[in-house]
Design a protein around this ligand. Structure first.
Ligand SMILES: Cc1cc2nc3c(=O)[nH]c(=O)nc-3n(C[C@H](O)[C@H](O)[C@H](O)COP(=O)(O)OP(=O)(O)OC[C@H]3O[C@@H](n4cnc5c(N)ncnc54)[C@H](O)[C@@H]3O)c2cc1C
Ligand code: SF4
Length: 329
């Protein structure tokens, strides 16, 4: 493990100045992903800037009735917050579906967004991996890929993003806020993660040296009728092999509004806009829900050992939307 410096920072301008001054400096949230990767040599920062004491630990109502969640809010506090549980229940459920109680007590919102893939080749420095060492190859395409991507991947990388929280945030049109030495910025979560293409090592459109300050959720009445469902290979303490975040509003038997995002199918939380288009205005029936899933999954490109995800996601969409429909009517 490379030797590294450690510094705690107490104010945002100070943090941004330090990040700008030294490109080898990395933010340290709960450390639950970064420190693990440092131990295995995947990450080798020269200095860690502990951001957990920054004044970014609040969850507050915005002027338009949405919610702003500070970057250092822990996953546990996010899931327990009354406004989140009441107005964005899928978000609370997604966070609680991730990791363990101890990890959620440490892990932060900013760190969760930037956690790295769980692809086994990425984590093993003895293996080639285009994401870790650009141009070295992607052994997962011919090798172990049963939990890899079916949407939006490329021959250069087929890894999936592991975050549960991010899937609910994608469904709810979340916007990531950040600060750099040049001033503040905002990125819709759906633009925050870059398409894989030929550059899987470039994961986000966050400017270099940026400090994530939080995530803003716009007000959305239909988010109150929402759900997150995660399928995993054991009942707890495991990453998703497929997940769905959904919100539904039904009026007079028809879908008035819908939000849908999938997890563990792509390099980023996957907003299912083609499915939403099929849903909007259509009869709120299981047939419509299946047709919506099929519209989104028409673009799926499965590898030899992950085609099960197409059926898995289709079934999840139908079951979650059927439940939300029953509760809405
Ligand atoms: C055993 C285990 C099981 C897990 N299971 C799940 C699961 O099922 N679902 C799930 O979603 N997650 C799961 N996780 C992942 C866990 O949620 C992440 O490790 C955690 O969210 C990362 O948060 P952190 O604050 O600890 O990030 P850190 O490890 O501190 O940082 C992660 C990255 O974010 C950067 N960063 C942190 N804060 C900021 C900021 N404010 N601005 C800019 N950059 C920042 C760091 O520099 C680093 O690159 C699991 C983790 C473990 C260890
Ligand atoms: S899928 Fe991506 S992360 Fe995994 S080995 Fe291939 S390039 Fe690396």
């Amino acid at each position: 493990m490379r030797e590294f410096g450690y510094q705690r920072v107490l104010d945002v301008p100070g943090a941004v100045a330090q990040l700008a001054a030294d490109p080898e400096t990395r933010c340290l949230g709960g450390g639950t992903n970064l420190v693990d990767l440092m131990k295995t040599g995947v990450e080798r920062p020269g200095r860690l800037l502990d951001v957990t004491r920054l004044p970014l630990g609040e969850i507050e109502r915005t002027a338009d009735g949405g919610l702003h969640i500070g970057a250092t809010v822990t996953n546990s506090d996010l899931a327990a917050h009354p406004e989140v549980r009441e107005n964005y229940p899928a978000l609370a459920q997604a966070v609680l579906a991730g990791a363990s109680g101890q990890l959620r007590n440490m892990a932060t919102v900013g760190g969760n967004l930037l956690q790295r893939t769980r692809c086994g080749y990425f984590a093993d420095v003895s293996q080639p991996c285009n994401k870790r060492v650009p141009g070295s190859g992607c052994p997962a395409v011919e090798g172990e890929h049963h939990n890899h991507a079916i949407l939006g991947a490329s021959a250069h990388c087929v890894a999936v993003h592991p975050s549960d929280m991010g899937v609910a945030l994608a469904a709810f049109d979340a916007v990531v806020t950040y600060e750099t030495a040049d001033g503040p910025g905002r990125l819709p979560l759906t633009d925050f993660y870059l398409p894989v293409g030929e550059t899987p090592h470039l994961e986000t459109s966050l400017p270099s040296g940026a400090l994530i300050t939080g995530v803003t959720l716009p007000p959305a009445r239909l988010a109150a009728n929402s759900r997150y469902r995660k399928v995993r290979e054991r009942a707890s303490y495991a990453f998703a092999i497929g997940s769905v975040a959904a919100a539904l509003e039904v009026r007079d038997g028809a879908v008035h509004g819908a939000r849908l995002a999938f997890g563990a199918v792509a390099s980023r939380p996957w907003r299912a806009r083609a499915a939403e288009q099929v849903l909007t205005g259509a009869p709120a029936t299981a047939e419509t829900f299946a047709a919506a899933a099929d519209a989104e999954l028409a673009a799926a490109e499965a590898l030899p050992h992950n085609g099960y995800k197409v059926t898995l996601i289709r079934n999840l969409v139908v079951s979650v939307l059927t439940e939300l429909c029953e509760e809405a009517t």
